[in-house]
Ligand binder design. Structure first.
Ligand SMILES: NC(=O)c1ccc[n+]([C@@H]2O[C@H](COP(=O)([O-])OP(=O)(O)OC[C@H]3O[C@@H](n4cnc5c(N)ncnc54)[C@H](OP(=O)(O)O)[C@@H]3O)[C@@H](O)[C@H]2O)c1
Length: 262
């Protein structure tokens, strides 16, 4: 579905970024993986290459405008173009989650809002500048249902997710006329990721429930009564990145399996 597409993934060494990278590579895409630390992205790239795919790793801070620009230029120089830009950047929630808003200090409240909105804006802007030349491209990001629900003890995480989804709509309104689609994925919570375990641990003291009970509680809020796998999320990402989804832009796909109504 993605044969010969050139894809850049930011946060490619993380749970979501790594799963999307493996799925894109299986479908024939040429991957350029980036992350704040080199080792995790290199590990994913090695795995892809040893499975017969194409992937290169680079250390790029997604909050550093010059670093993002320089890396993207190196991709263009090598591959000739960029077709897909996927933002899978995520920051640790250890000091943010589990603290009530009235107790949370300003710096910790602002951190997710500035990090997620800034990195997504920079990544999208740099990609769009290159994609316009070909009048085609797909810009993608991942959010959570915090964007649309009042979930306690999650600080500025909800406002950050809502900002990303708003940015997806605005980017699309400006870029779709030039052939560039902008779409997001909104999975509920994926137990295989360290992020969910971290969210549980942050609230464990307050909630007094076990890891298993936490997952059951989340699952019981959706129609399927189970949580999504990384592979299921990545399969949808492949479709959205492919030309089969040419009619889809300016939207965030609800992958909450019914936990959140449309
Ligand atoms: N996990 C879930 O269940 C879930 C569900 C829905 C949506 N999401 C969303 O998906 C995104 C990724 O989540 P995840 O679970 O994959 O998190 P993760 O495993 O912690 O991965 C996040 C990645 O982002 C990288 N990163 C952080 N700051 C960066 C920066 N300034 N520049 C470049 N890379 C940076 C991290 O690299 P370092 O380790 O080197 O810092 C890490 O590899 C988040 O926006 C999250 O909200 C997650």
């Amino acid at each position: 579905m993605l044969k010969d597409k050139v894809a850049v993934i930011y946060g490619g060494g993380g749970a979501i970024g790594g799963a999307v990278a493996r799925a894109f590579a299986r479908e024939g895409a040429k991957l350029f993986l980036t992350g704040r630390r080199r080792a995790p992205v290199e590990a994913v790239a090695r795995e892809i290459v040893s499975a017969g795919g194409s992937a290169e790793a680079a250390e790029v801070d997604a909050l550093d405008e010059q670093a993002v620009d320089k890396h993207l230029q190196s991709v263009i120089d090598e591959a000739g173009r960029v077709d897909i830009s996927f933002n899978a950047v995520g920051i640790p929630g250890t000091k943010i989650l589990g603290v009530s808003l009235v107790e949370l200090d300003l710096e910790q409240f602002s951190l997710p809002i500035t990090t997620y909105a800034t990195s997504y804006f920079l990544i999208a802007r740099m990609a769009a500048r290159r994609m316009v030349a070909n009048k085609s491209g797909v810009i993608m990001t991942a959010t959570t249902q915090h964007s649309r629900m009042g979930i306690p003890l999650s600080g500025g995480y909800g406002p950050a997710m809502a900002a990303e989804e708003a940015l997806t709509r605005v980017l699309s309104a400006e870029l779709a006329p030039q052939g560039i689609r902008v779409v997001g994925l909104r999975p509920q919570a994926i137990p295989e990721t360290g992020t969910l375990k971290e969210a549980f641990e942050a609230r464990a003291k307050v909630s007094g429930i076990t890891w298993e009970q936490f997952q059951e509680r989340l699952a019981s809020s959706n129609h399927a009564r189970r949580l999504m796998t990384l592979e299921e999320m990545a399969n949808v990402a492949v479709f959205m990145a492919s030309d089969k989804a040419s009619g889809m832009t300016g939207t965030t796909v609800n992958l909450t399996m019914g936990s959140l109504d449309d």
